[in-house]
Design a protein around this ligand. Sequence first.
Ligand SMILES: Cc1cc2nc3c(=O)[nH]c(=O)nc-3n(C[C@H](O)[C@H](O)[C@H](O)COP(=O)(O)OP(=O)(O)OC[C@H]3O[C@@H](n4cnc5c(N)ncnc54)[C@H](O)[C@@H]3O)c2cc1C
Length: 322
Amino acid sequence: MAEVLVLVEHTGGDVKKVTAELLTAAARLGTPSAVWAGPGAEAGQARLAEFGAATVYVADSPDLADYVAAPKAELLARLVASASPAAVLIAGTAEGKEIAGRLAVKTGAGILTDATGIHAAPDGTPVTAHANFGGAVNAQATTRTGLAIITVRPNAITPAPAAGQATLVPVDFTASDAARAARVTAREPSQKSARPDLTEAQVVVSGGRGTGSADGFKVIEDLADALGAAVGASRAVVDAGWYPHQFQVGQTGKTVSPQLYAAIGISGAIQHRAGMQTSKTILAINKDPEAPIFEIADYGIIGDLFTVIPQLITEISKRKAD
Ligand SMILES: Cc1cc2nc3c(=O)[nH]c(=O)nc-3n(C[C@H](O)[C@H](O)[C@H](O)COP(=O)(O)OP(=O)(O)OC[C@H]3O[C@@H](n4cnc5c(N)ncnc54)[C@H](O)[C@@H]3O)c2cc1C
């Protein structure tokens, strides 16, 4: 079986959930091989093995840490030349999309972006699924080149553990002068809240316009903290300046797929659904029984969120105390 390269997303040795998703997708097309750019591969090796990576190509070069996307595209292009993979899978993050575009230009291969599903055609050709216009139009695509470069939407594919060897294979890498044209001169760690990361959380509590104001939105944070959940917001909330944009869920925000998604004071517009409809269990709290969110909710509470949430928090606290 041909190799399928997966570019690992990591912070230090911490492998991001999206990489497990990519390895699961890669196994449908061939033998998954992870590509680790930068330091920390030893720390991430066990996690890559857990999700089926047979090989981990490790390029621990300062060129990969100190420069923006271009050197990673160059590294992948060299591995494409030596390993002749069937496909290269890259997370559909801002950086991932840039790397994929550059790689497509370098290799002349077809590129498929924002895939929400991947499978192999009977002849082995990679086929991708795409949910367009917030899921209103679904399409399937293949490339006409031998190699397919695919960016995959985070949280669209459920990671499935599959044992792999994750054998570390060192790769010598020095970026070209052209790839080193733009350099990272400083890094500032983002303000980490004590809450889980929105795109990786098991439970997400999201608030909408129904919260009424930035002050009103605080009940969403209170419920999230009671549940140990991440906080999300609808675009209406973000546009009103009640909560930062980085927490927006939906077509033009983050895609999440937690075990439990609570949509509170959110009507359920198609653009919001696009970012959360694959959640395992959906709870909706809304005072309008006709709100479209109830069409996709597993559990619904019809009521005023400012009455319902305090009762929920009291009940959760009681159960925690038991
Ligand atoms: C190109 C494009 C991209 C977009 N991308 C996104 C996106 O990424 N994410 C996104 O969310 N939206 C997006 N939108 C906007 C989307 O169409 C909706 O306008 C938005 O999702 C509405 O947010 P909302 O549900 O919070 O507000 P509303 O639609 O106004 O709904 C508020 C809900 O709160 C309920 N409510 C009010 N008061 C209470 C109360 N006290 N207790 C309980 N319930 C109450 C109401 O019954 C209502 O159902 C996009 C739109 C476009 C055109």
